[in-house]
Design a protein around this ligand. Structure first.
Ligand SMILES: *Cc1c(COP(=O)(O)O)cnc(C)c1O
Length: 487
């Protein structure tokens, strides 16, 4: 082993030969453009062979390997086994597709490698610019504050921490929850994303303080039951403080009655938070603008840019209407983070004053480049396209005797089953599970699954700028064939 502990030091991490590194870089870009250009003809997914998994489970490298060789390993063992979310027939979970320009911007951001928290440097202004564009996308007030974070989960927990700390008389930042006279209660629906549950656990409320309000047959929060729960909790001496409405649930794409929840919040002096991780951007589709308008009046909203804006992973955003309350929830200035009028430590207010993360990458750049390259109207058109594809798919399902919708289709998520009158519920469930897995294993398409009212569903979430009618047709045909074959 090379011993560097004494007087001899290793060279720096600079390339030994820049011309060499430049050539490797060009090769990488060529290969990645080939990869992106050719992905549509590849299977939607392929299983990872055991020997490849072994290659990815080795001891810590002690000594150098030539960068070319390391890159060859990447090409051999990593690149051929993608998740598939950049493939036109990827419909699992809710995942964005990414873009070539997004990938290139990530390279630029990494090369500059700023830590985007504090200071007078261009990245801080790009970050600020992107947050302001996020407000404009949703027609949210310009006076609001906001922050780019890793995604919807982080945006939601940050917003809920602001909502919690907004109880100023309780001074929760100092005393914690235990020593307040308030017993805070949070409301959301039974279809709310699990990150809200986790957030409630982490910010010290505990799940006992979360009321999961039942949904109607369209999987939307039943606001009558919400009002009842708030009144009951009040009568029992508890302190209702916040309602989370979902703009596009992860299961079915349902939109909670946001306008009604907003007025319930106003009447009861509750914080109105919208989890729009998936669906907030559907506000750009004229068909949903009205229904999502209440987002503009929400106290806070969380939404993802790596889903329907297709910015490469990872980036989400939270916006808070009252910038002062947002800052009050997180601001802290230790002596090593002082800001001045001039010099490197000038610049915009430290982003650390608006959330928990201190070190932050330059994720704003890929958003900035993508929004400039395409313009928001292009994205609006693609979001509308996905919603149209989903209604078209739903129509085809309704018209086929062997297919059955399991939930109404609101945005771009379609949950359905392959059915056969000879099968009981349990058999139908295992048949549909088998269909989903075989579709994936054969590399035809990658829907995911969920369980609705006890029914195992094929879940097709179309958040994919590449998907066309033909892709959905190909999946449907395969489902019908597989259904027949397995029965
Ligand atoms: C995706 C999603 C989340 C979680 O967002 P991440 O970006 O995965 O952290 C939360 N809520 C809803 C409704 C979502 O669709």
């Amino acid at each position: 082993m090379t011993d560097y502990s004494g007087q001899s030091f290793p060279p720096s991490l600079e390339p030994e030969d820049w011309a060499h590194m430049r050539r490797l870089g060009h090769q990488m870009i060529d290969d990645m453009m080939d990869f992106l250009e050719g992905i549509n003809d590849q299977p939607s997914w392929r299983p990872i062979p055991e020997e490849v998994k072994q290659k990815l489970n080795q001891d810590l490298p002690q000594l150098p390997t030539a960068a070319e060789e390391v890159y060859q390993e990447f090409k051999q063992y990593i690149l051929p086994y993608p998740k598939g979310n950049i493939h036109p027939r990827f419909f699992s979970w809710i995942q964005g597709t990414g873009t070539a320009i997004g990938a290139l911007s990530d390279m630029l951001a990494s090369a500059m490698n700023p830590n985007v928290t504090i200071g007078e440097h261009a990245a801080m202004y790009v970050d600020q610019q992107v947050v302001n564009w996020c407000k404009q996308m949703l027609n949210y007030p310009a006076s609001a504050s906001g922050m780019l974070v890793s995604g919807g989960s982080m945006a939601n927990i940050t917003s809920l921490a602001v909502a919690r700390n907004a109880f100023k008389d309780a001074n929760i930042r100092k005393h914690g929850l235990k020593n307040t006279s308030h017993s805070l209660v949070l409301y959301c629906s039974t279809e709310t994303h699990s990150c809200i549950t986790k957030a409630a656990e982490i910010i010290g409320l505990g799940t006992d303080a979360v009321r999961f309000i039942p949904v109607n047959t369209r999987f939307e929060m039943d606001t009558r039951l919400l009002v009842q729960a708030v009144e009951e909790d009040r009568a029992n001496g508890l302190t209702p403080f916040c309602v989370v409405g979902t703009a596009g649930t992860v299961n079915t794409g349902a939109i909670d009655p946001l306008e009604e929840i907003l007025s319930i919040c106003r009447e009861n002096n509750l914080w109105f938070h919208v989890d729009g991780a998936y669906g907030a951007l559907a506000k750009l589709d004229p068909r949903f603008e009205q229904e999502l308008q209440a987002i503009e009046s929400a106290d806070s909203v969380a939404f993802d840019l790596h889903k329907w804006l297709h910015v490469p992973y990872e980036v989400g955003c939270l916006l808070v209407k009252n910038a002062q309350l947002h800052r009050d929830a997180f601001a802290i200035t230790p002596s090593y983070l002082l800001q001045f009028d001039r010099g490197l430590a000038a610049g915009p207010d430290s982003i650390n004053n608006y959330g928990f993360e201190l070190s932050r990458g330059f994720k704003a750049l890929k958003v900035w480049m993508m929004l400039k390259t395409y313009g928001i109207q292009w994205f609006a058109g693609l979001i509308a396209k996905d919603n149209t594809l989903a209604s078209w798919l739903a129509q085809k399902i309704e018209n086929h005797p062997n297919l059955k919708l399991a939930a109404p289709v609101k945005l771009s998520i379609v949950c359905f089953q392959y059915v056969n009158p000879r099968l009981n519920m349990e058999q139908t469930n295992s048949l549909n599970k088998e269909i989903v897995i075989r579709l994936q294993e054969k590399g035809i398409a990658s829907p995911s699954s969920t369980i609705l009212d006890g029914k195992f569903c094929i879940r097709t979430s179309i958040v994919n700028h590449k998907t066309t009618y033909a892709d959905l047709d190909m999946m449907l045909e395969a489902i019908l064939e597989l259904g027949k074959e397995i029965v």
